[in-house]
Design a protein around this ligand. Sequence first.
Ligand SMILES: [Zn+2]
Length: 411
Amino acid sequence: MMEQTTIRKGTSRIVRSIVVALVVTTLAGCATSQGSDPQPSADEIHRDLLVLDAHMDTAINFGRECWDFSEAHPLESEIAQVDLGRMAAGNLDGGFFVIFTSQGPLTAEGYRAALEHARQRSDTIDRELAKFPEMVGLATTAAEAEALNAQGKLIAFKSIENSYPIGDDLSLMREFYEAGVRMAGPVHGGTNQLADSSTDDVRWNGLSPLGKEWVGEMNRLGIIIDASHSSDAVLDQMLALSKAPIILSHSSPRSAYDHPRNIDDNRIRAIAAKGGAVCMSSIFLSELDLSGERGELFDRYDSIAQMSPAEQRELSRRWRALDATQPLWGSSFDQYVEALLHLIDVAGVDHVCFGTDWDGGGGIDGLMDITDLPAVTARLIDAGYSREDIAKMTSGNVLRILRAVEAMRER
Ligand SMILES: [Zn+2]
């Protein structure tokens, strides 16, 4: 299966080149032609771009019985929004696969359990990637990502959402670095030992003393600091302390929807001024509706890897049925595009990236899985952005920030 897909992708590129060459030749030999080359469609431009997503919770699906990561699952009957099959079809060349740990008690036992979970999640990602070496590879540097792309392979970086599992032992960040992690955020939905969460009580007025040391350790190791989920005060302090640019892996502009998970214009400018980037998310462009059946399904989704195939199918069916009657987010694709264009206006094309929160609660009507990504590129073209501008936003900026962080480590 994986080899077939790889060959198909390589073949389609060759076929496309031949078709373009024939069309150009035909036009050149046509007396009535105006002589202009055919313009590539938005779909063609999208498929030629290197497209990375900075935040994918896809590992939640790894290990599901009878679920094959290499297949292209149809969205109508499948809860997963990302798989290698849909990626290889030209929608998404790779991104950061998240080691997510939910927040638990700040006790020795809580830390121990969280560390075990994070180590397992990291291993799970490695195991899943190792099944499909012809299709995808782990990248730990920008150069490795580009080399994988040149070989026609998909790119998998690893990142950490919530550094709670390290407890009070900063040296564990080195263990995760050595396991391939190249981006990490200190906190998730609950304030922890490192930082205040954007959606929880203020305990430290920003970073804790340990959280400030964590920033230095991230710079020293060469891991990108991710400020999504951090409170505004934490973001301000990370910007002041970090010697390297920082990123928001999955956040939306607050101008679109006033929510603490979103970022205001002044802070967008501050991140840009330090060379960082804000990765546009599809979440919190409206309120989250987890009422009734959706809340029940959301809780069950967490343990999808332990379900029987029949239970997985039933969860997927009910989840997609609810999309039609009670969407998770009330926002439209037009609102998403409007918010994205605002972010670009404020940050500039050198400081925008994409982190849709696939498989972690992201997705709105019109942008429900990665097969919809060419529509985003089409809107950027319509808005007047050049292929070069769009390429910065789909991958260039993230790789530039990774290189800056790599250079900081070497120093
Ligand atoms: Zn998140």
